[in-house]
Design a protein around this ligand. Structure first.
Ligand code: ANZ
Ligand code: ZN
Length: 812
């Protein structure tokens, strides 16, 4: 066992702190590098290997950048409001504030033990009034601009958590947290108008250096759909309604129309004799989630209203149905059905014996859903999809019964929660004045401590009289505070703006300062936030920009996702499975650098994988080995006899590996390829070992090579490297040193030795000039005098060249 371990970790952590090594230089913003890792939720189960996998490698990346001359800003904080603490409180009786603060303290200590370059002075904790005061300010700004509004809406309701869920928190019809089936409930709720930014949120994705998959998920979530609205008049009535379609080229194929059960039109359209069946159908539809209703495989159902609509393009009378495969919240809540060219309409028409009429050429059978030439479409026959769409829209516009229309799938963001542990919504309800904003100077609206928060579907704050009863800021009369709290995603939608100016007590952040510090240059976190946090933060940035508080369009220029570290059994870590890896024990045994380095070497950063004890042990042995080799290198350096100044063959070899390592590690680590970076460092270690076992002749050279080695390993094993740096007598700190630059000329090997095999057995060695082509190497091998004796008479079947190492000649 070597000397490296926790005492060395502690020694350097103390020194780094005392000397303020990571201090961000506010006067050197030109080289600023805002590196951000998604802040964590302060949970009772502490930091796990997954957090480390997020933070450790990114810190290594940032350390390399620091050595490359960047002024790194790497803050850390806690996303401290939210359901888990409240649920824990309900279970144990421990107040969410107390458990949260306790957890934060534990996690801070764990994070400090990691030895990352976090700028702790800039910490933010979202549940502290000095932070949520500004979350409330943000809400008020959005409210002022009409971007926060209240409406009565059917919302997703989890009967078990007793709360409203955002669309994003519903997975396959079930609550994301507890998997209980989600139902619908009509409630007055607060929404943020993210839909105002739908187009820009979509467009600007192109500017971002983000994983393609994440961008694709956001594109899909925003769901821009280019189509048309077509007006259908109701036969024998003054009523008319619009449908949204992306396939107006199929208008001649409409054989019926369908209206969503919740659509206000339904009652007006329903003829007396059909009323009972329509009412029964509406009741039944209430129980279905939107997700079920959209399912392609689910059987389509519906009922006839007794009314007919007139197709504006050909005057045809078609029946009007009610069906739950039409969502009231998308498009106009009504569709024109073209069973010949749409799967759902086809299934519906087949079930209810409605006509199916082809109007697009193509395919052997129906439904045929692709584009093609229009047929059975009067004057439009022969037009292709695109031409047809343009021509039909033009015609509809001329008769004022339709026009082009763009729709988005994105819905406004529901931000009110009937929960206790969140930022109170800074609104007062006054009987006289209505909905009144709390004046800015009265912020924060503090969350009271003594509240009965057991869940019964009502907002816990509504039961706290001291909180709820207030006076109207407008008229001074008695009024009630808003009892709902904000979704925690509101807190995390702007935290990156607060970090650089976290102590500002006058304003949320200083615009001038933030415009210089942002956008964030590198953001790293889990991919699960693609359509929530990452989309919300982009929206809030754009909204604040439009209010003049920011001058940039996007918060996070580059984004990376780390993979998932699984338990040793290859399954997702969970307490109940007992397969969680607690970093603390491993760090005690191996030291923090070994833990970090194992995570970087053992896994592809974006893939992750299963934890292995053997893996971390082998990194432990590697560090021991490096320690021994550096020790013997120091001994050699101390010998005065080895004072040649030229590089002979052995030195050239080591020099080659040295520069190859500099180049590879710089390139690979920049691309978050930490595993290959460390593999190169291992090769460099081997080259040292070989050189030291030979006759060392040039100690000046050796020392330079050791200096470079320690600098290269420093980002990956920061405490260990700092100790080694001190050992070779260099000035504190290695992190103030310049990252080594590689010398391309060292990568040209003058001559290399390669082995020649015949049928897999080594028969000879030869020296050849480096940089020969594959054919030249083959040629040289076959003509080698020693080898020729083995080849005599035999037929050469194949020659395989392993670049830089060997040639295998296969003979028969
Ligand atoms: C007629 C048609 C014919 C359609 C055809 C498709 C194929 P995206 O791409 O998702 O925007 N639709 C419109 N509003 C709907 C609603 N509220 N609920 C369920 N379905 C709705 O899909 C737009 C298409 O989905 C529209 O185009 C409409 O069906 C349907 F051969 O209109 B189409
Ligand atoms: Zn009032």
């Amino acid at each position: 066992m070597g000397n490296y371990g926790t005492s060395i970790d502690e020694k350097w952590q103390k020194k780094w702190e005392e000397t303020n090594l990571y201090k961000f230089d506010e006067n050197n913003l030109g080289k600023k590098l805002y590196t951000l890792e998604m802040f964590s939720y302060p949970s009772g189960s502490k930091l796990h290997a997954g957090h480390w996998f997020n933070y450790g490698p990114v810190d290594s990346w940032a350390r390399m950048k620091k050595m490359q001359g960047y002024n790194v800003f790497q803050p850390m904080g806690f996303d401290a409001f939210g359901l888990p603490a409240e649920n824990y409180a309900i279970k144990t009786g421990i107040h969410p504030k107390d458990s949260t603060m306790q957890n934060i303290e534990t996690m801070e200590n764990q994070l400090k033990a990691m030895g990352a370059m976090f700028n702790w002075d800039n910490e933010v904790i979202t549940c502290n009034p000095d932070y949520y005061k500004w979350t409330q300010w943000l809400f008020l700004k959005l409210f002022e601009k009409g971007l926060a509004y209240r409406k009565n809406a059917p919302v997703n309701w989890c009967p078990s958590c007793n709360t409203v869920l955002a669309n994003e928190q519903v997975l396959d019809g079930a609550c994301e947290r507890c998997s209980t089936e989600v139902t619908k409930k009509d409630l007055t709720q607060w929404f943020l108008k993210i839909t105002d930014y739908a187009d820009e949120l979509l467009q600007d994705l192109d500017k971002l250096d983000w994983p393609e998959k994440t961008k694709a998920m956001q594109r899909h979530w925003i769901g821009k759909s280019i189509g048309a609205e077509v007006t259908f008049k109701v036969d024998n009535s003054d009523l008319q309604f619009d449908v949204f379609t992306t396939r107006v080229d199929t208008l001649f194929g409409v054989t019926y129309v369908v209206v969503a059960p919740e659509n206000n039109l339904v009652d007006k359209l329903t003829i007396a004799e059909y009323r009972d069946q329509v009412e029964a159908y509406k009741d039944q539809a209430k129980k279905q989630s939107d997700i079920e209703r959209q399912s392609i495989t689910r059987e389509k159902t519906g009922v006839f209203t007794g009314s007919y609509a007139i197709n504006p393009i050909n005057g045809r009378k078609v029946p009007i149905w009610v069906g739950d495969y039409v969502l009231n919240t998308y498009g106009t809540g009504a569709v024109m059905a073209v069973p010949a060219h749409d799967e759902r309409d086809f299934a519906f028409a087949t079930k209810y014996n409605l006509p199916i009429e082809r109007v697009i050429e193509g395919g052997d059978s129906l439904p045929y859903v692709d584009y093609g030439k229009m047929v059975n479409s009067g004057e439009f026959d022969g037009l292709s999809g695109k031409e047809g769409i343009t021509a039909v829209i033009k015609k509809l516009e001329s008769i004022e019964l339709g026009s082009g229309k763009v729709n988005f799938r994105l819905r406004d963001w529901l931000v009110s929660r009937q929960r206790y542990w969140g930022a109170p919504i800074p609104i007062v309800h006054c009987e006289k004045c209505g909905t009144v904003a709390v004046p800015e100077e009265q912020l924060p609206v503090e969350l009271p401590y003594d509240v009965e928060f057991s869940p019964d579907g009502k907002s816990p704050l509504s039961k706290c009289k001291e909180f709820i009863n207030t006076t109207c800021p407008n008229c001074g009369g008695p009024a009630k505070r808003e009892a709902d709290t904000l979704d925690t995603f509101v807190c995390s939608s702007w935290y990156y703006l607060r970090y650089p100016d976290n102590k500002n007590s006058e304003i949320a952040f200083d615009t001038e300062k933030i415009n210089k510090m942002l956008p964030v240059d590198m953001y790293v976190g889990g991919p699960e936030h693609a359509c929530m946090h990452l989309l919300y933060a982009r929206f809030i940035t754009k909204a604040l920009r439009d209010m003049g508080y920011l001058n940039f369009d996007e918060p996070f220029l580059s984004l990376r996702h780390q993979g998932l570290i699984l338990g040793p059994d290859g399954l997702k870590m969970s307490k109940s499975k007992g397969n969680t890896i607690s970093p603390d024990d491993y760090i005690k045994e191996f030291g923090s650098d070994v833990f970090r380095m194992y995570l970087m070497f053992g896994f592809d950063y974006t893939e992750g994988g299963a934890w292995s004890d053997d893996g971390i042990k082998s990194i432990g042995r590697f560090i021991d080995r490096v320690e021994r080799i550096l020790e013997s290198a120091r001994e050699e350096i101390g010998k005065a006899s080895n004072n040649k100044t030229t590089l002979d063959k052995a030195e050239k070899e080591l020099n080659y590996v040295r520069h190859f390592t500099i180049k590879s590690v710089s390139d690979d680590a920049a691309r978050f390829q930490f595993n290959t970076s460390i593999a190169r460092l291992m090769e460099y270690t081997n080259a040292f070992s070989k050189y030291l076992s030979e006759n060392v002749k040039n100690t000046t050279f050796l020392k330079d090579a050791v200096v470079d080695f320690i600098k290269l390993i420093a980002p990956f094993a920061p405490h260990f490297a700092e100790e080694q740096w001190e050992f070779i007598g260099m000035n504190y700190s290695v992190f103030n040193e310049k990252w080594p630059a590689f010398d391309p000329s060292a990568l040209i090997k003058d001559e290399i030795e390669i082995a020649i095999q015949v049928n897999g057995k080594i028969k000879a060695k030869m020296n050849i000039a480096s940089g020969l082509s594959e054919d030249e190497i083959k040629e040289a091998a076959i003509n080698n005098a020693e080898v020729k004796t083995f080849l005599a008479e035999k037929e050469v079947k194949k020659v395989i060249v392993v670049k830089g190492r060997l040639v295998n000649i296969v003979v028969k």
